[in-house]
Design a protein around this ligand. Structure first.
Ligand code: PLP
Length: 393
Protein backbone atom coordinates (compact mmCIF):
# COMPACT_ATOMS: atom_id res chain seq x y z
CA UNK A 1 0.00 0.00 0.00
CA UNK A 2 2.47 2.65 -1.15
CA UNK A 3 0.30 5.76 -1.24
CA UNK A 4 -0.97 6.04 2.31
CA UNK A 5 0.57 6.40 5.75
CA UNK A 6 -2.05 5.23 8.27
CA UNK A 7 -0.06 5.90 11.44
CA UNK A 8 -2.22 8.86 12.50
CA UNK A 9 -5.32 6.65 12.79
CA UNK A 10 -6.08 5.13 16.18
CA UNK A 11 -5.81 1.35 16.02
CA UNK A 12 -9.19 -0.17 16.83
CA UNK A 13 -9.09 -3.35 14.77
CA UNK A 14 -6.78 -5.28 12.46
CA UNK A 15 -7.34 -3.81 9.04
CA UNK A 16 -5.86 -5.20 5.83
CA UNK A 17 -3.38 -3.07 3.88
CA UNK A 18 -6.04 -1.84 1.48
CA UNK A 19 -7.55 1.55 0.88
CA UNK A 20 -10.89 1.60 -0.89
CA UNK A 21 -11.37 4.51 -3.20
CA UNK A 22 -14.57 3.83 -5.09
CA UNK A 23 -17.73 1.83 -4.82
CA UNK A 24 -20.59 1.23 -7.25
CA UNK A 25 -23.38 -1.20 -6.58
CA UNK A 26 -21.90 -4.48 -5.38
CA UNK A 27 -18.34 -3.57 -6.37
CA UNK A 28 -15.54 -1.74 -4.57
CA UNK A 29 -12.14 -0.79 -5.95
CA UNK A 30 -8.96 -0.17 -3.99
CA UNK A 31 -6.10 2.26 -4.57
CA UNK A 32 -4.33 -0.31 -6.75
CA UNK A 33 -7.35 -0.68 -9.01
CA UNK A 34 -8.27 -4.20 -7.84
CA UNK A 35 -12.02 -4.84 -7.72
CA UNK A 36 -13.93 -6.61 -4.95
CA UNK A 37 -17.41 -8.09 -4.97
CA UNK A 38 -18.88 -6.84 -1.71
CA UNK A 39 -21.16 -9.19 0.26
CA UNK A 40 -20.65 -7.25 3.50
CA UNK A 41 -21.75 -3.79 2.32
CA UNK A 42 -20.49 -1.97 5.37
CA UNK A 43 -22.24 -4.55 7.61
CA UNK A 44 -25.61 -4.48 5.89
CA UNK A 45 -25.55 -0.71 5.75
CA UNK A 46 -25.49 0.00 2.00
CA UNK A 47 -28.87 -1.55 1.31
CA UNK A 48 -28.96 -0.10 -2.23
CA UNK A 49 -25.28 -0.88 -2.86
CA UNK A 50 -22.35 1.52 -2.95
CA UNK A 51 -23.05 5.13 -3.91
CA UNK A 52 -26.45 4.60 -5.56
CA UNK A 53 -27.57 7.53 -7.73
CA UNK A 54 -30.82 8.05 -5.78
CA UNK A 55 -28.85 8.51 -2.55
CA UNK A 56 -26.11 10.68 -4.06
CA UNK A 57 -28.72 12.89 -5.72
CA UNK A 58 -30.83 13.22 -2.56
CA UNK A 59 -27.76 14.16 -0.50
CA UNK A 60 -26.48 16.65 -3.06
CA UNK A 61 -29.87 18.34 -3.48
CA UNK A 62 -30.51 18.56 0.27
CA UNK A 63 -26.94 19.75 0.98
CA UNK A 64 -27.53 22.71 -1.31
CA UNK A 65 -30.86 23.46 0.36
CA UNK A 66 -30.46 22.99 4.14
CA UNK A 67 -28.05 20.81 6.11
CA UNK A 68 -28.88 21.39 9.77
CA UNK A 69 -31.15 23.98 11.40
CA UNK A 70 -30.78 22.02 14.74
CA UNK A 71 -33.22 19.59 16.36
CA UNK A 72 -34.87 22.52 18.14
CA UNK A 73 -36.72 23.27 14.88
CA UNK A 74 -38.81 21.17 12.50
CA UNK A 75 -37.54 20.38 9.01
CA UNK A 76 -39.42 18.91 6.05
CA UNK A 77 -37.35 15.76 5.30
CA UNK A 78 -37.52 14.57 8.94
CA UNK A 79 -41.29 15.20 9.08
CA UNK A 80 -41.80 13.30 5.82
CA UNK A 81 -39.55 10.39 6.76
CA UNK A 82 -41.21 9.99 10.17
CA UNK A 83 -44.65 9.99 8.55
CA UNK A 84 -43.62 7.43 5.93
CA UNK A 85 -42.11 5.13 8.59
CA UNK A 86 -45.22 5.43 10.77
CA UNK A 87 -47.49 4.75 7.80
CA UNK A 88 -45.58 1.58 6.93
CA UNK A 89 -45.10 0.18 10.43
CA UNK A 90 -46.99 -0.65 13.62
CA UNK A 91 -45.63 2.51 15.30
CA UNK A 92 -46.91 6.06 15.65
CA UNK A 93 -43.89 8.25 16.40
CA UNK A 94 -40.25 8.39 15.45
CA UNK A 95 -37.10 9.87 17.02
CA UNK A 96 -34.10 10.07 14.69
CA UNK A 97 -30.51 9.54 15.77
CA UNK A 98 -27.20 8.82 14.07
CA UNK A 99 -26.23 5.25 15.00
CA UNK A 100 -27.86 1.98 16.00
CA UNK A 101 -26.37 2.21 19.47
CA UNK A 102 -27.81 5.69 19.92
CA UNK A 103 -31.27 4.53 18.82
CA UNK A 104 -31.02 1.65 21.30
CA UNK A 105 -29.90 4.02 24.07
CA UNK A 106 -33.05 5.98 23.26
CA UNK A 107 -35.17 2.82 23.47
CA UNK A 108 -33.64 1.96 26.85
CA UNK A 109 -34.28 5.48 28.14
CA UNK A 110 -37.84 5.49 26.81
CA UNK A 111 -38.56 2.14 28.51
CA UNK A 112 -37.03 3.35 31.80
CA UNK A 113 -39.05 6.57 31.60
CA UNK A 114 -42.20 4.56 30.91
CA UNK A 115 -41.33 2.47 33.98
CA UNK A 116 -41.05 5.63 36.07
CA UNK A 117 -44.37 6.97 34.81
CA UNK A 118 -46.39 3.74 34.72
CA UNK A 119 -44.65 1.03 36.77
CA UNK A 120 -43.37 2.60 39.99
CA UNK A 121 -39.82 3.01 38.74
CA UNK A 122 -39.35 -0.44 37.21
CA UNK A 123 -36.18 -0.25 35.10
CA UNK A 124 -34.89 -3.74 34.31
CA UNK A 125 -34.84 -4.73 30.66
CA UNK A 126 -34.46 -8.44 30.00
CA UNK A 127 -32.07 -8.99 27.10
CA UNK A 128 -30.47 -12.12 25.63
CA UNK A 129 -27.27 -14.13 25.77
CA UNK A 130 -25.16 -13.45 22.66
CA UNK A 131 -27.35 -10.47 21.73
CA UNK A 132 -25.79 -7.34 20.27
CA UNK A 133 -27.15 -3.84 20.74
CA UNK A 134 -24.19 -1.53 20.20
CA UNK A 135 -21.02 -0.13 21.74
CA UNK A 136 -22.10 2.59 24.15
CA UNK A 137 -21.84 1.58 27.83
CA UNK A 138 -25.56 0.89 28.23
CA UNK A 139 -25.93 -0.95 24.92
CA UNK A 140 -22.79 -2.99 25.66
CA UNK A 141 -24.39 -3.90 28.98
CA UNK A 142 -27.61 -4.85 27.19
CA UNK A 143 -25.58 -7.00 24.80
CA UNK A 144 -24.81 -10.60 25.71
CA UNK A 145 -21.54 -10.82 23.85
CA UNK A 146 -19.12 -13.07 25.75
CA UNK A 147 -16.41 -11.00 27.48
CA UNK A 148 -18.31 -7.74 27.33
CA UNK A 149 -19.45 -8.10 30.95
CA UNK A 150 -15.90 -7.29 32.12
CA UNK A 151 -14.60 -5.13 29.27
CA UNK A 152 -14.90 -1.48 30.47
CA UNK A 153 -16.39 -2.68 33.78
CA UNK A 154 -18.47 -1.81 35.66
CA UNK A 155 -21.46 -2.39 33.43
CA UNK A 156 -24.65 -0.35 33.46
CA UNK A 157 -26.97 -2.39 35.72
CA UNK A 158 -30.44 -3.60 34.83
CA UNK A 159 -30.00 -6.00 31.92
CA UNK A 160 -30.55 -9.60 33.10
CA UNK A 161 -29.92 -12.13 30.30
CA UNK A 162 -32.32 -14.81 29.10
CA UNK A 163 -31.70 -17.51 26.46
CA UNK A 164 -33.09 -16.95 22.97
CA UNK A 165 -36.03 -19.19 22.03
CA UNK A 166 -36.50 -20.23 25.68
CA UNK A 167 -39.64 -18.57 27.05
CA UNK A 168 -39.19 -20.07 30.54
CA UNK A 169 -35.79 -18.39 30.81
CA UNK A 170 -37.51 -15.04 30.20
CA UNK A 171 -40.40 -15.72 32.58
CA UNK A 172 -37.93 -16.72 35.32
CA UNK A 173 -36.27 -13.28 35.18
CA UNK A 174 -39.46 -11.21 35.43
CA UNK A 175 -39.72 -9.42 38.77
CA UNK A 176 -41.16 -6.21 40.26
CA UNK A 177 -38.38 -4.13 38.65
CA UNK A 178 -38.86 -5.52 35.13
CA UNK A 179 -40.10 -3.01 32.59
CA UNK A 180 -39.32 -4.53 29.17
CA UNK A 181 -37.87 -7.33 27.08
CA UNK A 182 -35.52 -6.38 24.26
CA UNK A 183 -34.24 -8.60 21.46
CA UNK A 184 -33.06 -8.85 17.88
CA UNK A 185 -35.53 -10.85 15.73
CA UNK A 186 -32.41 -12.46 14.27
CA UNK A 187 -29.21 -12.22 16.33
CA UNK A 188 -26.86 -10.87 13.68
CA UNK A 189 -23.47 -10.59 15.37
CA UNK A 190 -24.08 -13.90 17.16
CA UNK A 191 -24.03 -15.54 13.72
CA UNK A 192 -27.48 -15.00 12.20
CA UNK A 193 -29.40 -16.89 14.89
CA UNK A 194 -33.15 -16.40 14.41
CA UNK A 195 -35.72 -16.05 17.16
CA UNK A 196 -38.42 -18.50 16.07
CA UNK A 197 -41.84 -17.22 15.00
CA UNK A 198 -43.37 -19.19 17.86
CA UNK A 199 -40.94 -17.64 20.39
CA UNK A 200 -41.66 -14.11 19.17
CA UNK A 201 -45.41 -14.72 19.39
CA UNK A 202 -45.10 -16.29 22.86
CA UNK A 203 -42.91 -13.40 23.97
CA UNK A 204 -45.48 -10.88 22.76
CA UNK A 205 -48.19 -12.74 24.69
CA UNK A 206 -46.06 -13.00 27.85
CA UNK A 207 -44.99 -9.34 27.83
CA UNK A 208 -48.58 -8.24 27.31
CA UNK A 209 -49.85 -10.45 30.15
CA UNK A 210 -47.18 -9.15 32.52
CA UNK A 211 -47.52 -5.48 31.49
CA UNK A 212 -44.04 -5.25 29.96
CA UNK A 213 -42.85 -3.46 26.86
CA UNK A 214 -41.52 -5.50 23.94
CA UNK A 215 -38.58 -3.82 22.19
CA UNK A 216 -37.26 -5.15 18.89
CA UNK A 217 -33.79 -4.10 17.80
CA UNK A 218 -34.13 -4.18 14.02
CA UNK A 219 -30.93 -2.27 13.37
CA UNK A 220 -29.63 -5.18 11.28
CA UNK A 221 -32.86 -6.98 10.30
CA UNK A 222 -35.01 -3.96 9.42
CA UNK A 223 -35.33 -1.95 6.21
CA UNK A 224 -36.11 -4.86 3.92
CA UNK A 225 -33.14 -7.04 4.84
CA UNK A 226 -35.27 -10.17 5.38
CA UNK A 227 -37.65 -9.58 2.46
CA UNK A 228 -40.23 -7.77 4.60
CA UNK A 229 -39.79 -4.15 5.63
CA UNK A 230 -39.25 -5.30 9.25
CA UNK A 231 -38.32 -8.80 10.40
CA UNK A 232 -40.93 -8.96 13.19
CA UNK A 233 -43.60 -8.89 10.46
CA UNK A 234 -42.73 -12.52 9.70
CA UNK A 235 -44.17 -13.36 13.15
CA UNK A 236 -47.15 -11.02 12.67
CA UNK A 237 -46.54 -9.34 16.04
CA UNK A 238 -46.82 -5.68 17.02
CA UNK A 239 -43.96 -4.71 19.36
CA UNK A 240 -44.14 -1.53 21.47
CA UNK A 241 -40.78 -0.09 20.50
CA UNK A 242 -38.49 -0.70 17.51
CA UNK A 243 -35.05 0.59 16.63
CA UNK A 244 -33.62 0.94 13.13
CA UNK A 245 -30.12 1.73 11.93
CA UNK A 246 -27.72 0.40 9.31
CA UNK A 247 -29.84 0.14 6.13
CA UNK A 248 -32.12 3.07 7.00
CA UNK A 249 -29.51 5.56 5.78
CA UNK A 250 -28.23 3.44 2.89
CA UNK A 251 -24.67 4.13 4.10
CA UNK A 252 -24.90 7.47 5.91
CA UNK A 253 -25.28 7.88 9.69
CA UNK A 254 -29.00 7.66 10.38
CA UNK A 255 -30.97 5.60 12.89
CA UNK A 256 -34.43 5.72 14.39
CA UNK A 257 -36.38 4.90 17.52
CA UNK A 258 -40.05 4.16 16.86
CA UNK A 259 -42.79 3.70 19.44
CA UNK A 260 -46.52 3.32 19.80
CA UNK A 261 -48.33 6.48 20.84
CA UNK A 262 -49.11 5.32 24.39
CA UNK A 263 -45.44 4.52 25.05
CA UNK A 264 -44.15 7.94 23.99
CA UNK A 265 -43.62 9.56 27.40
CA UNK A 266 -40.48 11.66 26.97
CA UNK A 267 -40.90 15.13 28.45
CA UNK A 268 -39.19 18.14 26.86
CA UNK A 269 -35.49 17.93 27.69
CA UNK A 270 -35.43 14.15 28.36
CA UNK A 271 -33.98 13.18 25.01
CA UNK A 272 -32.04 14.93 22.28
CA UNK A 273 -28.74 15.19 20.45
CA UNK A 274 -27.11 17.73 18.15
CA UNK A 275 -27.46 15.81 14.89
CA UNK A 276 -30.80 14.16 15.54
CA UNK A 277 -33.26 14.44 12.71
CA UNK A 278 -31.04 16.67 10.59
CA UNK A 279 -32.49 17.20 7.11
CA UNK A 280 -29.39 15.96 5.27
CA UNK A 281 -29.57 12.46 6.75
CA UNK A 282 -33.39 12.44 6.71
CA UNK A 283 -33.30 13.19 2.96
CA UNK A 284 -31.05 10.17 2.53
CA UNK A 285 -33.44 8.05 4.60
CA UNK A 286 -36.38 9.19 2.47
CA UNK A 287 -34.60 8.24 -0.75
CA UNK A 288 -33.81 4.80 0.69
CA UNK A 289 -37.28 4.14 2.08
CA UNK A 290 -38.96 5.20 -1.16
CA UNK A 291 -36.74 2.77 -3.07
CA UNK A 292 -37.63 -0.08 -0.66
CA UNK A 293 -41.34 0.71 -0.95
CA UNK A 294 -41.32 0.75 -4.76
CA UNK A 295 -43.62 -1.96 -6.16
CA UNK A 296 -41.90 -5.34 -6.32
CA UNK A 297 -38.73 -4.32 -4.47
CA UNK A 298 -39.26 -6.33 -1.27
CA UNK A 299 -40.50 -9.29 -3.31
CA UNK A 300 -37.24 -9.20 -5.25
CA UNK A 301 -35.28 -9.21 -1.96
CA UNK A 302 -37.18 -12.34 -0.90
CA UNK A 303 -36.58 -14.00 -4.29
CA UNK A 304 -32.86 -13.19 -4.27
CA UNK A 305 -32.68 -14.39 -0.66
CA UNK A 306 -34.13 -17.73 -1.74
CA UNK A 307 -31.58 -17.90 -4.57
CA UNK A 308 -28.69 -17.11 -2.20
CA UNK A 309 -30.04 -19.76 0.18
CA UNK A 310 -30.01 -22.33 -2.63
CA UNK A 311 -26.45 -21.38 -3.65
CA UNK A 312 -25.21 -21.63 -0.06
CA UNK A 313 -26.92 -25.01 0.34
CA UNK A 314 -25.12 -26.24 -2.79
CA UNK A 315 -21.78 -24.94 -1.46
CA UNK A 316 -22.41 -26.57 1.91
CA UNK A 317 -23.22 -29.93 0.28
CA UNK A 318 -20.25 -29.79 -2.09
CA UNK A 319 -17.71 -29.05 0.68
CA UNK A 320 -19.34 -31.04 3.48
CA UNK A 321 -20.13 -27.97 5.58
CA UNK A 322 -22.75 -27.52 8.29
CA UNK A 323 -25.57 -25.99 6.23
CA UNK A 324 -26.87 -22.46 6.03
CA UNK A 325 -29.47 -20.35 7.82
CA UNK A 326 -30.98 -16.90 7.82
CA UNK A 327 -33.76 -14.89 6.24
CA UNK A 328 -33.89 -12.92 3.00
CA UNK A 329 -30.48 -11.41 2.30
CA UNK A 330 -29.11 -11.90 5.82
CA UNK A 331 -27.62 -15.40 5.80
CA UNK A 332 -24.85 -17.48 7.34
CA UNK A 333 -22.94 -20.53 6.12
CA UNK A 334 -21.86 -22.83 8.94
CA UNK A 335 -18.32 -24.16 8.52
CA UNK A 336 -16.94 -27.45 9.73
CA UNK A 337 -14.04 -25.78 11.54
CA UNK A 338 -12.96 -22.41 12.93
CA UNK A 339 -11.53 -21.26 9.60
CA UNK A 340 -13.94 -18.37 9.01
CA UNK A 341 -11.33 -15.60 9.33
CA UNK A 342 -8.89 -17.50 7.04
CA UNK A 343 -11.61 -17.94 4.39
CA UNK A 344 -12.53 -14.25 4.64
CA UNK A 345 -8.87 -13.42 3.98
CA UNK A 346 -8.51 -15.88 1.10
CA UNK A 347 -11.69 -14.55 -0.54
CA UNK A 348 -10.45 -10.97 -0.19
CA UNK A 349 -7.06 -11.90 -1.69
CA UNK A 350 -8.65 -13.87 -4.55
CA UNK A 351 -7.39 -12.75 -8.00
CA UNK A 352 -8.22 -11.06 -10.24
CA UNK A 353 -11.27 -9.99 -8.24
CA UNK A 354 -11.61 -10.24 -4.49
CA UNK A 355 -14.75 -11.16 -2.56
CA UNK A 356 -15.64 -9.44 0.71
CA UNK A 357 -17.30 -11.65 3.32
CA UNK A 358 -17.50 -11.45 7.09
CA UNK A 359 -17.07 -14.04 9.87
CA UNK A 360 -18.86 -12.73 12.97
CA UNK A 361 -17.92 -16.03 14.64
CA UNK A 362 -14.90 -18.14 13.59
CA UNK A 363 -17.07 -21.09 12.53
CA UNK A 364 -19.33 -19.27 10.11
CA UNK A 365 -19.49 -16.80 7.25
CA UNK A 366 -22.12 -14.07 7.03
CA UNK A 367 -23.63 -12.74 3.80
CA UNK A 368 -25.25 -9.29 3.66
CA UNK A 369 -25.20 -8.16 0.03
CA UNK A 370 -26.94 -5.05 -1.25
CA UNK A 371 -30.70 -5.62 -1.37
CA UNK A 372 -30.55 -4.85 -5.10
CA UNK A 373 -27.67 -7.31 -5.71
CA UNK A 374 -27.81 -8.74 -9.23
CA UNK A 375 -28.60 -12.43 -9.76
CA UNK A 376 -25.30 -12.99 -11.56
CA UNK A 377 -23.43 -11.33 -8.70
CA UNK A 378 -24.78 -14.07 -6.44
CA UNK A 379 -23.44 -16.61 -8.99
CA UNK A 380 -20.09 -14.83 -9.06
CA UNK A 381 -19.89 -14.85 -5.25
CA UNK A 382 -20.60 -18.60 -5.21
CA UNK A 383 -17.88 -19.24 -7.84
CA UNK A 384 -15.19 -17.38 -5.90
CA UNK A 385 -16.23 -18.92 -2.58
CA UNK A 386 -16.27 -22.42 -4.09
CA UNK A 387 -12.73 -21.87 -5.37
CA UNK A 388 -11.49 -20.62 -1.97
CA UNK A 389 -13.11 -23.54 -0.14
CA UNK A 390 -11.74 -26.10 -2.65
CA UNK A 391 -8.20 -24.81 -2.10
CA UNK A 392 -8.53 -25.36 1.64
CA UNK A 393 -9.56 -29.01 1.48
C1 PLP B 1 -24.96 -2.94 14.25
C2 PLP B 1 -25.98 -3.15 15.30
C3 PLP B 1 -26.15 -2.23 16.35
C4 PLP B 1 -25.26 -1.03 16.53
O1 PLP B 1 -25.36 -0.12 15.51
P1 PLP B 1 -24.24 1.03 15.36
O2 PLP B 1 -24.71 1.89 14.24
O3 PLP B 1 -22.95 0.34 15.08
O4 PLP B 1 -24.18 1.76 16.65
C5 PLP B 1 -27.17 -2.46 17.25
N1 PLP B 1 -27.97 -3.53 17.15
C6 PLP B 1 -27.83 -4.43 16.16
C7 PLP B 1 -28.77 -5.57 16.09
C8 PLP B 1 -26.81 -4.29 15.22
O5 PLP B 1 -26.66 -5.19 14.26
Amino acid sequence: MPYYDTSALMEITHRPDLVFEQGHGSWLSDSQGKRYLDFVQGWAVNCLGHSPAVLADALAAQARKLINPSPAFYNAPAIELAALLAENSAFDRVFFASSGAEANEGAIKLARKWGQVHKRGAFEIITFENGFHGRTLATMSASGKPGWDTLFAPQVPGFPKASLNDLDSVAALIGPDTVAVMLEPIQGEAGVVPASVEFLQDLRRLTRERGLLLIVDEVQTGMGRTGKLFAHEHAAIAPDIMTLGKGIGGGVPLSALLAREDVCCFQPGDQGGTYNGNPLMAAAGLAVLRALLAPGFLESVAAKGAYLEQKLDEISARHGLGGERGSGLLRALVLKDENGPAIVEAARDHEPNGLLLNAPRPNLLRFMPALNVEWDEIDRMAEILNRCLARRS
